[in-house]
Design a protein around this ligand. Structure first.
Ligand code: GCB
Length: 600
């Protein structure tokens, strides 16, 4: 549980931030002894590595054992509390720690967190004093089970070359490498004692030009007096300071539009009884509407056609983590190629990614880390080998945390509750009914989807969502290399989804593994020509079907996977290589996406 304040860190007159990024000490817990030997109780000793934070640790070293380690690692650094932070409330915020984290300060446990893709914070409260230094130890454990998002299984077995020893194994039901560690920034925050603890904003269109901004502000200070003002995207004040209300009205604001990220700011101030300011916080938001009809997706009342990618937030060496240079490059390539949207497959991306998307006008389908859900348990008996009641409880928690983190982003136009779950299993229906209804209750303003790979006749869930999202690999995994058949089957399939559910359909994944530099005049598998031929056949189908509302190619870039004969040094379905060099298909897409035929 998060005991601290999870608002995105900001420095201002009342708040300060110290980034703890840099080289930390790292110790691999090879034999799972860290807890029983209480490694946290003294400085880490023995075989110590040094690793950068933020980064996944897996691929930093020339050592496959480290990359493939199943279990825990210990990170350690010195935490110096600035002497000037005397009358502040001091919090430690982890933007993410994959997948289970335990945090100690000078050997004292401060908290635990489950889930690798969302922030948590710890109120250091009485544990620290300004001007003093402490030893910060963080244990990150990458073992996934069926109560986790994503799901996985792990076990111990005799070591094949020395059966007197055991080894730990893990099965993950997804292809991307299970990168672990302190993958996003860790920051120390100085907050005012009496402070703003959350800001939620709901802009609503009332008439053609009139909007209201409903907001709710929580603080730990009672009685709480807050005032707000609104700044436009040029930081000009458009609504002067107001207090004592919970909504504001604005005439003709600049709309947030795809490709034109107009971002407003609600500046909140908290005052004491005498009117002196105790805290301020700036929350960004935007004005736009989203609706779905049976065959279209409307943003600001206009039909929107999704063109873009399923992505991964990863690259060589640093793995799945916040990497600001790569983030900048990716946004630039998205613009170059003419993409207008992405899905955060298969987990929530960094907060910096979401902020960039807001500013760039990049439309985002925001996905929960629910991937690998291929078994559901419908009985009250606990089944450790299926998604079960505990999984559901955690899934609901994760949706709550995701929405708390991301609801203010105008770029987010839809929530995706899972990828490729076994939606044909009877128990999947009540499971997803709860997840979808729970999510809708928290945010009635956005459509919800689930990304499916089952046949339309199998899905017991698609009737509950607003948009049907499907992944199809016809021509690759099915009807391999037979693009004539693939095209016919694809069209039948996409028509059937619409006929059965009467909802718009987005192709959330399609593509073919392609090795950069492989060429043939006969469109052979793995060549750049075959990738072009595949996507072109899909595009021909999409262009014939009016209910298709978008195309997200799998994947933006090649990425690392667990080993397997289907993977030639990773998943090669990227339109860009892992280093972000374009394959030939990139130019074809750039051409297609730069044109504006009726639906694009
Ligand atoms: C899928 C998964 C994605 C994989 C992809 C593939 O359906 O959603 O995570 O990477 O297939 O290339 O096999």
């Amino acid at each position: 549980p998060s005991t601290g304040d999870c608002l995105y860190p900001q420095a201002n007159r009342f708040r300060d931030v110290r980034d703890l990024g840099g080289m930390w000490r790292l110790k691999i817990d090879w034999d799972d002894q860290g807890l029983s030997e209480a490694w946290h109780s003294q400085p880490l000793s023995g075989e110590i590595l040094h690793a950068p934070v933020p980064a996944a640790y897996n691929d930093l070293f020339a050592d496959a054992k480290i990359r493939d380690h199943v279990g825990a690692v210990y990170y350690e650094t010195e935490l110096q509390i600035p002497a000037t932070w005397k009358s502040q409330s001091i919090h430690l915020r982890f933007d993410a720690a994959a997948h289970h984290a335990t945090v100690w300060l000078d050997g004292k446990e401060l908290g635990k967190h489950k889930g690798g893709f969302l922030p948590f914070a710890i109120d250091l409260g009485a544990h620290v004093s300004a001007g003093r230094a402490y030893r910060l130890t963080v244990r990150c454990d990458n073992r996934l089970d069926w109560t986790c998002l994503p799901a996985g299984e792990h076990w111990e077995e005799p070591h094949p070359s020395d059966p007197s020893r055991t080894r730990r194994r893990q099965e993950i039901h997804f292809d991307f490498i299970n990168d672990t560690g302190l993958t996003r920034p860790v920051r120390l925050l100085a907050l005012p004692e009496r402070r703003i603890t959350s800001v939620s904003i709901c802009p609503r269109r009332k008439s053609v030009s009139l909007w209201t901004v409903e907001y709710s502000i929580n603080s730990n200070s009672d009685p709480c007096v807050t005032s707000v003002r609104i700044l436009d995207p040029d930081e000009k004040e458009v609504i002067p300071i107001e207090s004592g209300r919970n909504f504001l009205a604005l005439e003709s604001p600049r709309l947030w539009k795809p490709g034109d990220g107009q971002v407003y700011t609600l500046e909140v101030a908290l005052q004491d009884e005498l009117g002196s300011t105790l805290d301020t916080y700036r929350q960004t938001f935007g004005f736009r509407t989203v609706e779905t009809l049976s065959d279209s997706f409307l943003i600001n009342g206009q039909e929107f056609y999704f063109r873009g990618f399923g992505k991964h937030e990863e690259s060589a060496t640093r793995g799945r983590c916040l990497d600001l240079p790569m983030l900048t490059k990716d946004f630039s390539l998205l613009k170059w190629i003419g993409a207008n949207s992405i899905r955060t497959s298969h987990y929530p991306y960094s907060e910096e990614f979401m902020q960039m998307a807001d500013r760039a006008g990049l439309v985002v389908i925001d996905e929960a880390p629910a991937v690998g859900f291929n078994q559901f348990d419908g009985t009250p008996v606990y089944h450790p080998d299926k998604a079960n009641e505990k999984t559901l409880a955690h899934h609901l928690d994760v949706m709550g945390d995701l929405l708390a983190r991301d609801s203010h982003h105008p770029s987010v136009v839809m929530w995706s509750v899972a990828n490729e779950a076994a939606t044909e299993q009877e128990a999947a229906r009540p499971y997803f009914k709860s997840v979808i209804e729970g999510t809708r209750q928290l945010d009635p303003s956005r459509p919800i989807t689930i990304v499916e790979d089952r046949a339309p006749s199998q899905s017991l869930v698609a009737d509950m969502v607003d948009v049907v999202s499907i992944n199809r690999y016809f021509g690759w995994y099915q009807y391999c290399a037979d693009l004539d058949l693939a095209e016919v089957k694809l069209e039948e399939d996409m028509r059937e989804w619409h006929e059965r559910f009467d909802k718009p359909v987005i192709m959330a994944e399609y593509g073919a593994d392609t090795i950069h530099g492989f060429h043939s005049v006969t469109e052979d598998l793995f060549t750049e020509e075959f990738q072009i031929a595949t996507v072109s056949r899909y595009h021909a189908v999409f262009d014939r079907l009016p209910h298709v509302i978008g195309e997200h190619i799998w994947n933006f870039a090649d990425f690392a996977t667990k080993p397997g004969i289907k993977r030639i040094w990773g998943n090669r379905k990227g339109v860009f290589t892992r280093e972000r060099h374009p394959k030939s298909v990139a130019h074809v897409l750039r051409e297609r996406w730069s044109q504006t035929p009726q639906k694009i």
